[in-house]
Design a binder for this molecule. Structure first.
Ligand code: FRU
Length: 491
């Protein structure tokens, strides 16, 4: 179905309760609804927003178009959790309602101040010729969960030198001052991040562009920047658009990644850093956001999806989910990402096996399902390649393997089920030179998240298999390997 502009920009006031109920019914009949990931009740979810620990709970908002699986009028939807595992749908948080956000309450972040949660976001507006004008706006959440929007924007103008692609403020505090990075496009249509400073989160001063070593030629727009310190180092995370595919890199329509260096010099905005790394080597990952919790952990959540791609759930009136929360560490100049240990709470019935596999593909007895956690550890291998197959059915399988000749981890969704986004390829690979290979895999009804070798690489992808494709196999070709596999049902 083609959506007209009018349909995309209808407000909730124009929609009857019956229409919403009918949509919810279609959504709930979808065979690919997730079971332990945050997903929209109806419509489209995209970026995580306002991720924070406040008043004894984690709060995680997301970009939401309630009325269908398209990028229409964006709202903020609110979810919260005491343990990062069980999430409660709270409901609508920020509705576009005034002249500063009438075409969408776009992405932004949350920070606690004076006992309240300040939510800074981009108000997207369009004029009669559909020219964009972004405002940076503020909404304040009280301890009782009520949210009040400020009447006027806190940053009303785009600084000179930048286009109207200017959005996604991410706020942090350093000493007495608040800082915000904002994703920006220079007038010459190259991507960058700019910095603002404030004493009170209301009055903001433009501090200039963040000087990175990436030069003027690193994509045409940087969305959703995030800056934080970890282990005394500075990390800038952002989602650049317009990078060309290069070997195994940058295979998706848009990227998201980071650079690590010394903490940003807040006097002259300079960030001295190493190379740009992609955060996720899979298919469906974009616009991640981090927060630091009361235990001092730096936690990241991403959008398990990408813009401008049709997904098989579209025909059921919804699209996308968020990734599982990942805890970040820095080891050897790289971000290591592991599922937060809290996720062990989900572990139910366990089965395990240890065996050697040689030039064969073995379906594992008592290992099956469409929702589970699987740990597969390979050792003493001399095989050319070895790995696991998930969601195996008559004509379907999703393959996670190690190619020991090329020294690459491979995620192959060529035969995973209903196909989509095939123009971007159905295989993702990344180089990993290691003796031992382990895959910790979270399988939900329509997704796979693979944490390789304790989080040195992560592959995330949506898959849309038949509900009867439930088998799990291990295999080795051109030699043997030993595999220890443990599977937990997810409660
Ligand atoms: C990234 C993004 C942001 C924007 C939001 C709108 O996916 O394009 O830059 O704020 O989505 O939903």
């Amino acid at each position: 179905m083609e959506w007209t502009k009018e349909q995309r920009y209808r407000t909730m006031e124009d929609v009857s309760e019956d229409e919403i109920q009918a949509l919810a019914k279609t959504v709930n009949q979808c065979p690919w609804r997730q079971s332990f990931h945050i997903q929209p009740v109806t419509g489209l979810l995209n970026d995580p927003n306002g991720f924070s620990y406040f008043n004894g709970e984690y709060h995680l908002f997301y970009q939401w178009f309630p009325l269908g699986p398209v990028h229409g009028l964006k709202h903020w939807y609110h979810t919260k959790s005491k343990d990062l595992v069980h999430w409660e749908n709270v409901g609508m948080a920020i509705e576009p309602s005034n002249e500063f956000d009438r075409h969408g309450a776009y992405s932004g972040s949350g920070i606690e101040h004076d006992g309240k949660l300040y939510l800074m976001y981009t108000g997207n507006t369009r004029d009669e010729y559909w020219n964009r004008h972004p405002y940076q706006c503020l909404a304040v959440m009280n301890r009782d969960g009520s949210i009040v929007k400020m009447d006027t924007p806190v940053i009303a103008e785009v600084p000179s030198g930048y286009t109207d692609h200017f959005r996604d403020p991410k706020v942090w505090k350093n000493g007495d001052l608040f800082y915000s990075v904002i994703g920006a496009q220079r007038k010459n249509e190259t991507g960058s991040v700019v910095l603002y400073r404030s004493r009170d989160l209301i009055d903001w001063q433009f501090a200039g562009e963040v000087k990175t070593g990436l030069g003027e030629e690193f994509g045409y727009m940087w969305e959703c920047p995030d800056y934080f310190q970890l282990n005394g180092q500075g990390v800038l995370l952002f989602s650049p658009q317009g990078l060309k595919a290069e070997g195994d890199h940058y295979q998706n329509i848009y990227q998201s990644g980071y650079v690590i260096g010394s903490p940003i010099d807040l006097e002259n905005n300079e960030l001295k850093h190493g190379t740009f790394h992609e955060l996720d080597r899979g298919f469906d990952f974009y616009a991640p956001q981090t927060t630091v919790d009361h235990q001092g952990r730096r936690i990241l959540v991403g959008w398990m999806g990408l813009p401008e791609i049709d997904y098989p759930t579209d025909s059921n009136g919804w699209a996308h989910c968020l990734t599982l929360p990942r805890e970040l560490k820095i080891i050897d100049g790289k971000l290591i990402q592991l599922p937060v240990p809290d996720l062990n709470l989900l572990r139910g019935k366990m089965v395990e096996t240890s065996r050697s596999v040689e030039n064969e593909n073995v379906r594992l007895d008592h290992f099956e399902g469409d929702v589970y956690e699987l740990l597969a550890e390979f050792s003493d291998s001399n095989a050319r390649e070895f790995g696991v197959e998930l969601r195996v059915g008559e004509n379907e399988k999703t393959v996670i393997k190690y190619d020991a000749v090329e020294k690459k981890v491979v995620f192959d969704r060529t035969s995973s089920g209903e196909s989509f986004a095939e123009e971007f390829g159905t295989i993702r690979k990344c180089t990993l030179d290691a003796e031992k290979i382990s895959f910790r895999i979270f399988v939900d009804v329509s997704s796979v998240e693979v944490f390789v070798n304790d989080g040195v690489e992560v592959f995330t992808g949506r898959i849309f298999p038949d509900k009867n494709s439930n088998g799990i196999s291990v295999f080795a070709r051109g030699g043997h390997t030993n595999v220890k596999a443990v599977k937990w049902d997810i409660n």
